[in-house]
Design a protein around this ligand. Sequence first.
Ligand code: SF4
Length: 361
Amino acid sequence: MDIEHKIRSIEEKIEILSDLKEYLKSLYKQYENVTALKTNLMQDIFKGLKIYNENYRILQKEIEDLKNEEGGDKQTLEEIRKKIKRENYKKVLVQVPEGLKTKVVKIAEEIERETKARVFISAEFCYGSCDLPLEEASVLKVDAIVHIGHSDIGVKTKIPVFYVPVYFDLKIPEKLKKEISKIKEKKLSIYSSEPFRKVLDDLEKFLLKVGKEVIEKKIILGCSDIEQKGEANVFVGSGKFHPLALHGKTYFLNLEKNKLEDMTEEIEREEMKKQARISKFKEAKKIGILISTKPGQFYKDYEKIKEKLEKEGKEAKIVIMDEIKNEKLIGLDFDAYLNTACPRILDNHFDKLIINRKDLF
Ligand code: SF4
C-alpha cells in the first residue's frame, strides 16, 4: 500500500472514532439528569472518551510519521540521483539494511527512471557500513555501490561507495521530557545512533535548558566501547543494541516505548557474563580464530593472534567465513572460539564458548 493509501485508511479510522465520540457525547447529554443510571453510565462514557482521545493521538502520530517518512524518502532519492548523474555512473548496486528492505525495489525503480543508470539490488544481510557487498559489485562490474542507511566509517574499498545515511526527523516527545527531568545526575554524556542524530541535538538543547551539563555528545556504533564520562550516560534512540555499548550509569530514552529506562543493571550483568566467558576461555585448549571477509570487519593480524595463543600453550587454527554464524561452526572440533569480526555477533546464540579478541588482547 503506498503512503497516500495508508494515510487515507488511518483517516477513515479517525472518522469512525469521531462518530463514536459524538455518540458518546449525545449519550452523556441524554442521561445527564437521570440520577439512577448516572454514575455507571457516566463512568463508561468517560472511559469511551478517554479511549477516543488516546487512539486519536496515536493515529495522528501515524499520519505525521508517514508524511515525514515520505519527505525523507524524496530527499534520499534526490541525493542519489544527483550523485549518479554527476559521476556519470552507468551501473550501480544498491544496498540497504533490513529495516529498509521493503522500500528498496521502489528506490531502484525510481533511480532507474530518473537517471537511466542500471540498478542492481543486494539482498545480502547488511548490519552496518562495515558490511559492503564488494564481491557482488565486482561480479556485476558496477561503477559504484549506493549504501543507504549508514554513514561512512572509513572502510577502504577499490570500488567507490556512496553512503546515504537516513535520519528520522523527530523531536523528544513532551512525555519523555518530563521523564528526563527526573534524572538526578547533573553532568551527562549523551549518545545516539546515526538515524537519530537530530533527536540527539534536540536532547542536548533540552538538557542545557533544564540546567544539566553535557560532557560529551556522540553518535555511536554497536561496536563502540564507551567508558563513562561525567556522572551518567543518556542514550536516545530505539532498541537496546547501541546503549549496550556503553559502560557505567546509563539511562535509555526509548523512543519506541516512549519511556526512560535505567539500563545500568543490564549493562553490569553483561559485563559479568563477559568476565565469566573470559575465564572459561583461559581453560580451553583448542581454539578456532574466527575471521570474516566483510570488508570493515577484516583484520590482517590473525597470524599474530595465533602466535600469541600458541605461546599461551593453546592449539589455534584460523577459520574464515563471510557472516559468522553458529550453524557454520557445527561439526568443527574446537573447545572455544576467538572472534575477530563484529563484536556484537556474540549477541547471537553459539553452542560453544566464544569471546571477542578485544576482551583478550
Ligand atoms: S562491526 Fe558490527 S557493530 Fe560495528 S558497525 Fe559493523 S555491524 Fe555495526
